[in-house]
Design a protein around this ligand. Structure first.
Ligand SMILES: Nc1ncnc2c1ncn2[C@@H]1O[C@H](COP(=O)(O)OP(=O)(O)OP(=O)(O)O)[C@@H](O)[C@H]1O
Length: 596
């Protein structure tokens, strides 16, 4: 953990006066809102693309706990990169207008030299967790808020980002400081576990009860037991082991057992194999992206064929996200610098299908443009041609398309000249193409041409990550921090979703609007028709789980331990801080082995 609470408090005035001096030195004046440094949309998208996996890790490892603990407050979780640019934020506060006025917004730079003393800028400068409370902000207009930020370090020890919680001044508590440090630590641990070739995670602690506390040492090793990375606590416990060294040298040969005690030192060990889909290769383009195994398999297979220019046929019910899947494939392929041209074969006017696809020669027919038209296929040259609803393509056009796919050249309408094209063809349909072939409505030879690789995207009801998607869309559309009532969640999980992601997406938009300003999204916010439909559905028999349960538990534990230490063993005070009853706290302290 990067935070040293006692030391930070002692040095409080020191760091603050240094930061104010730096703010003055940068030419800022307390009374004037400084000119903002804001990225344009393209530059922000580039940065977000670069930090895509970091953002995903924050969403998976920090956001659930933030939502759970801070939902009753009006708080915002903010992620900036190491250059101080805000990449993303979550949770819209009641005072979001005020935050917009001071440009605490995506794409804006919050380094000290641009914004004066503030948590993000000052934490990045000081490389430690910093709270900047109300009046401590250098710029007067910033003093209505309290912010706490913590830097995030990569496994190689490089500072890569900062995570911040911003609240209204009076709502700031010591808990926020602990929470932000814990969130940064969670993200750092997730980064460690996602190191390329990571195979084992070995947790170590001096007491067995601390193994799951969030304060344990963590060593990540490859399949041969060579160290790939360690967290700060493991460095301390093992005396800074080197990357590439044999873990056995430090903790003995018993480590591959799931639980052991090191013979070398008096350390308790817990070894877990890291699941293959946990090991995203950071920065690698074909990284694992989907939490559902069927979708992930389709993704990995599809990526392999698009690299080789083999046609891809994407099947799946309406609304399962076929087009979005293909757009992502394009954006992560070598062809991403070239066009992605989508053609909806169902909505092309019958008499214009050919000219739309193949283009036409100047003056080829009455009404044709004088300059001619390139056509969709040639527009896609070098890139992707996405033929959506391919089952709806007229038979006559099918034979011409077949020729293009065979010859890889296009002859525009009214021309006898052919043009070479280099395209990745991806076709999609929700209809049964083989049945259409049998019925004589789809050419068999074209079917075989398009069917280089066939992937079927699972329907929403078949997906194992439906709960995660519900929460993701809820976070996207809710206007303030809000929880979903457990019984409503259970109903949504049990519904059969005939319209798949499209239906769920629309529903979440509507219910978030209906529940504006409420602390909980519940049954009463559903439109009548959906209440009736859902009332007929069986309730999901699966458990409603909080995502990342284990990690959540370990952060909660680490918060308990830190709060207990801060309140110097005063159970009542600590329970009040944590917002739990004294009995619950006693029970937890007992489980953690802190109280007998
Ligand atoms: N990953 C996703 N997360 C959330 N919503 C999604 C996702 N993918 C798609 N959607 C929602 O579903 C809608 C339909 O997606 P898309 O057009 O990709 O589906 P499709 O399978 O191509 O549909 P159709 O067969 O009807 O053409 C999108 O507009 C969006 O609202």
């Amino acid at each position: 953990m990067t935070l040293k609470l006692g030391a930070q408090q002692e040095n409080m005035q020191h760091w603050l006066s240094d930061s104010w001096l730096r703010s003055q030195g940068a030419g800022l004046t307390e009374a004037c809102l400084p000119e903002e440094m804001r990225l344009d949309r393209g530059a922000l998208e580039d940065r977000n693309f670069h930090h895509k996996q970091l953002i995903e890790l924050v969403e998976n490892h920090a956001l659930p706990l933030f939502s759970q603990l801070m939902s009753h407050t009006s708080s915002r979780l903010i992620l900036s990169d190491c250059e101080g640019y805000v990449l993303c934020h979550w949770g819209v506060s009641k005072y979001s207008d005020k935050l917009a006025n001071i440009a605490l917004d995506v794409g804006v730079n919050w380094l000290e030299q641009h914004k004066g003393t503030n948590a993000i800028g000052t934490a990045l400068k000081a490389k430690q967790t910093i709270s900047v409370i109300g009046e401590q902000h250098f710029i007067k207009q910033h003093r209505f808020m309290s912010c706490t930020a913590s830097p995030i370090f990569s496994p190689a020890g490089e500072m890569i980002a900062a995570i911040d919680i911003t609240t209204e001044q009076q709502r700031h508590t010591q808990q926020t400081l602990l929470l932000v440090s814990s969130l940064a630590q969670q993200v750092e641990t997730a980064l460690l576990c996602h190191l390329p070739h990571s195979h084992y995670r070995i947790d170590l602690a001096e007491q067995a009860t601390l193994l799951d506390s969030g304060w344990q040492g963590i060593v990540i090793a490859d399949s041969e037991g060579k160290i790939l990375g360690t967290n700060a606590m493991a460095k301390k416990l093992l005396n800074t082991p080197g990357v590439g060294e044999d873990i056995e040298r430090y903790i003995g040969s018993q480590w591959p057992q799931s639980e052991a005690i090191s013979q070398h030192r008096d350390l308790h060990l817990k070894t877990q194999a890291i699941k293959p889909n946990q090991t995203q290769v950071l920065g690698h383009k074909v990284a694992v992206r989907f939490k559902d195994p069927k979708l992930e398999r389709a993704w990995q297979q599809a990526n392999k064929v698009v690299g080789k220019c083999i046609p891809l046929l994407v099947l799946g019910e309406t609304g399962v996200g076929k087009e979005q899947f293909v757009t992502k494939l394009h954006s992560q392929s070598k062809r991403c610098g070239h066009a992605f041209v989508a053609v909806n074969c169902a909505s092309l006017p019958a008499d214009l299908v050919e000219s739309e696809l193949f283009g036409y020669q100047a003056g080829a027919f009455t009404g044709a443009s004088r300059s001619g038209y390139l056509g969709k296929i040639r527009q896609a040259d070098g890139g992707f041609l996405f033929l959506d609803e391919i089952g709806e393509m007229p038979l006559a056009t099918q034979s011409r398309l077949l020729r293009v796919l065979q010859e890889r050249e296009v002859t525009p309408v009214g021309s006898n000249r052919s043009y070479k094209v280099d395209i990745q063809v991806v076709a999609a349909t929700h209809t049964d193409l083989e049945q259409l072939v049998k019925d004589g409505r789809f050419r068999q030879d074209l079917f075989y041409r398009l069917n280089g690789l066939q992937v079927t995207l699972p329907s929403l009801r078949q997906r194992s990550d439906i709960e995660r998607i519900i929460h993701k869309l809820h976070r996207k559309y809710r206007v303030s921090l809000q929880l979903i009532e457990v019984s409503l969640l259970a109903k949504l999980l049990g519904y059969h979703w005939p319209g798949n992601l499209r239906e769920l997406d629309n529903l979440m938009q509507v219910v978030c609007l209906m529940s504006e300003g409420e602390q909980e999204l519940n049954w009463g916010h559903l439109p009548d028709n959906l209440q009736q439909t859902l009332a007929k559905e069986k309730v999901s028999t699966g458990l409603v789980t909080v995502p990342q349960n284990n990690e959540l538990a370990s952060v909660v534990n680490s918060n308990i331990i830190a709060s207990y230490a801060l309140s110097q063993g005063n159970v009542s005070l600590c329970a009040k801080h944590l917002g739990i009853s004294r009995n619950t706290l006693y029970r937890k302290l007992k489980l953690l082995g802190i109280k007998s």
